[in-house]
Every structure is written in structure tokens, then in C-alpha cells.
Design a protein around this ligand. Structure first.
Ligand code: E4P
Length: 224
């Protein structure tokens, strides 16, 4: 299993990167919007300098047409680095972009996936990652687990090298379900991580251990 941060917040990436064993960082224009009017490329370079080249950095195009998305991709590769995974929404134009970038040896992440058809075609177009929108699918009454499971089956049956980068989560239960359905990777907002560890029982258990230790040894620690 691989976990990624779904954020462009430098402070959060630094802080939570100390605790969570992530393999990369994803963002999209809506996530970037939360950072205000940043110097986009400088900001992305800073994220890269924090996570290093051994982790994956996924940056989304903003244009919607083939020519525009190709220009966005070229600008990202030039101004950030050539290891970036170019995130491309799976529209008709997007599929053409994924195929073209793949042919040039550029890393791609197919995103905005709500249907099996989008995922299957993106795999065939050569996407390195496909990002099904788990919570958004559930909100629409689509069986997200079944969609992710179908992607996992096709990858196994046909030997695609594509990985499932499950995205769009509202809680850790959905993340776990996506992994159980066969996703190899999942990208989570910081709110998901904070929510997962804010369970009162966890802190209560740790407090109980501390109290029991202190009742015998006082403030003396194991290494004292
Ligand atoms: C990945 O980066 C996706 O764009 C993202 O997870 C979508 O999340 P949302 O559905 O919360 O907007």
C-alpha cells in the first residue's frame, strides 16, 4: 500500500511528512486554490524539495483542450522537473494527451475518474496511475468499491503496469475500502489523517498506559 498527501500546503507536507510514510503528493487546481495566489512553479518546486525525487509528485493541467493540456504539461516539466506525473482528466481530449505524453516517456496520472470506461481507456492509453474519485462516486450512488475492484481485476488479467491511485476521500473508512478493493495507492487530505487519529479511544489507551506506569515507577522513564 502507498499513501500520498492530497494537498499543496507546504506546512502540512512538512509537518505530517514526519509522521506518515508517504510515497508522494497530489494536487489539483481546487487544492492549489486553497493556497491563495502563489507563485505556482516555485511552490511546486518547494514541494519537490521537501519530498525529494524518490517520491512521486502529481501536478494537474488546467487547460481542457488537447493543445492547451500539452502546453501545460510542457510548462510543468520544464519549470518543476521532468519526473512529475502530469495529472490529466479523463475526457476525450485528455485521453489523447495521456497517449501522447506516454509515447514521449512522460509520467501520467489519469484523473477525474467516475466510470469503469474512463479507467479502462486510460489504462489502455498508457496512464501510469488512474485516480478514481471514491467519495464523489459514492455521493452519486455509484458503487466505488466495484469500480476500483474492476480496475484491479483488469490490471491483473491483462498485465497493465498502471496503478490505482484512489482519490477523493471523506474518511479513512473509504481509504481502507479502496485498498481492500485492490487499489495500490491512495491520496488523502490532511483532514482524513487528523480524523483517523482523533479517535478518543486511542488517546485514552495511551493515557491509561502512562497512568499505570507512573503508579509504579513515578516519573522515572524506561531509559532513566
Ligand atoms: C486527487 O488529487 C483528486 O483530485 C482529489 O482527491 C479530489 O478530491 P475531492 O473530491 O475532495 O475534490
Amino acid at each position: 500500500m502507498e499513501y500520498l498527501f492530497d494537498t499543496a500546503n507546504i506546512g502540512a507536507i512538512k509537518k505530517y511528512g514526519e509522521f506518515i510514510p508517504i510515497t508522494g503528493v497530489t494536487s489539483n487546481p481546487s487544492i492549489v486554490k486553497k493556497e491563495g495566489k502563489i507563485d505556482f512553479f516555485a511552490h511546486m518546486r518547494e514541494i519537490r524539495s521537501i519530498i525529494g525525487l524518490d517520491k512521486t509528485l502529481h501536478i494537474q493541467v488546467t487547460a481542457q483542450d488537447y493543445e492547451g493540456m500539452m502546453k501545460d504539461a510542457e510548462a510543468i516539466l520544464k519549470n518543476v522537473d521532468d519526473q512529475v506525473y502530469i495529472k490529466v482528466p479523463v475526457t476525450l481530449e485528455g485521453l489523447k494527451v495521456i497517449r501522447k505524453l506516454h509515447g514521449r516517456g512522460v509520467n501520467t496520472t489519469a484523473t477525474a475518474i467516475y466510470t469503469k470506461m474512463q479507467g479502462f481507456l486510460a489504462m489502455e492509453a498508457g496512464a501510469d496511475y488512474i485516480a478514481p474519485y471514491y467519495n464523489r462516486m459514492e455521493n452519486m450512488g455509484i458503487d466505488a468499491k466495484d469500480v476500483v475492484g474492476s480496475f484491479a481485476k483488469m490490471i491483473r488479467d491483462y498485465g497493465y503496469s498502471t496503478k490505482i491511485l484512489a482519490a477523493s476521500f471523506k474518511n479513512m473508512g473509504q481509504v481502507n475500502e479502496a485498498f481492500m478493493a485492490g487499489a495500490q495507492t491512495a491520496t488523502m487530505g490532511i483532514d482524513i489523517i487528523e480524523g483517523a487519529f482523533s479517535m478518543p479511544s486511542i488517546q485514552q489507551a495511551v493515557d491509561d498506559f502512562t497512568e499505570d506506569w507512573k503508579s509504579v515507577f513515578g516519573d522515572q522513564l524506561i531509559m532513566d
